[in-house]
Design a protein around this ligand. Structure first.
Ligand SMILES: CC(C)(COP(=O)(O)OP(=O)(O)OC[C@H]1O[C@@H](n2cnc3c(N)ncnc32)[C@H](O)[C@@H]1OP(=O)(O)O)[C@@H](O)C(=O)NCCC(=O)NCCS
Length: 221
């Protein structure tokens, strides 16, 4: 299946999903890669990883970008080139777009926004609930069915991964620095907080269920 769906987070922020069913050769033929990406792809040993990497580029192409518009900083955070800077002879205002990327088994996802964002896509699984005491306040799981505990623990994991991706700073610990306020699964949104390096910051998160996956998007308040 090609492009799967999009979720509009707000007026300036949209997430795009690809459900991966193509074979690796077809993807390789249909995704032009820059030199760095070609080299990176060659170092990936798992076919699943390669497919995730290539379908992220399919999503970029779907919305009018290519791999040549994408670059990574030293920590591995992806960024989009500011196209207005490339327009010669024109004094365009910067329209820089932010991007965050996640891939998990048969899904890839990118989110584009005019503000800093972090996203995560995570399969719902029992293991996340088992390790919940290591990364979250488990009182937030009280009085829920087993299935909802798994869903909520996966949301919180996704929130912490997303805050981590948004902040992109070394030394952030999920249990020690990032916390979530109480929220209901039905609300599909909530608040998170980071206290790190003597500074604190608040975030809003939104989440959704895509097949058997939890999608989370975090942005500054
Ligand atoms: C970097 C990290 C966030 C990636 O998350 P993941 O769930 O493994 O994988 P995802 O598919 O969701 O995300 C991968 C994408 O994140 C992006 N990414 C990688 N490093 C990043 C960073 N420093 N900042 C923002 N985004 C980053 C990349 O786009 C990457 O995909 P790509 O390289 O193919 O383009 C994760 O590996 C990590 O280091 N997490 C922190 C771990 C931690 O502190 N755990 C504590 C547990 S208590």
């Amino acid at each position: 299946m090609p492009f799967f769906k999009e979720i509009k987070i707000n007026e300036h922020t949209t997430a795009y999903f690809w459900k991966i069913s193509e074979d690796i050769d077809w993807l390789f033929e249909n995704v032009p890669l820059n030199e760095k990406s070609s080299t990176r792809l060659q170092t990936m040993s798992s076919i699943e990883h390669k497919k995730g990497f290539l379908t992220v580029r399919m999503l970029l192409q779907h919305i009018g970008f290519t791999d040549f518009d994408l670059f990574y900083d030293a920590f591995g955070k992806p960024h989009l080139e500011d196209k207005s800077k490339k327009a010669k002879g024109k004094s365009l205002e910067s329209n820089n777009q932010h991007i965050s990327i996640s891939h998990s088994h048969e899904f890839s996802c990118i989110c584009i926004s005019n503000q800093s964002i972090g996203i995560d896509l995570e399969k719902r699984k029992e293991k996340t609930l088992k390790i919940a005491p290591r990364f979250m306040d488990i009182s937030h799981l009280e009085n829920l069915s087993e299935a909802d505990k798994i869903a909520k623990a996966t949301v919180v994991w996704g929130v912490k991964e997303s805050v981590f991706k948004l902040k992109n700073e070394k030394g952030i610990s999920f249990p020690n620095h990032i916390s979530e306020s109480r929220f209901q699964l039905e609300d599909k949104k909530g608040k998170a907080h980071i206290n790190f390096n003597n500074a604190s910051e608040d975030f809003l998160f939104q989440f959704d269920f895509v097949d058997d996956y939890v999608f989370v998007c975090v942005m500054n308040v």
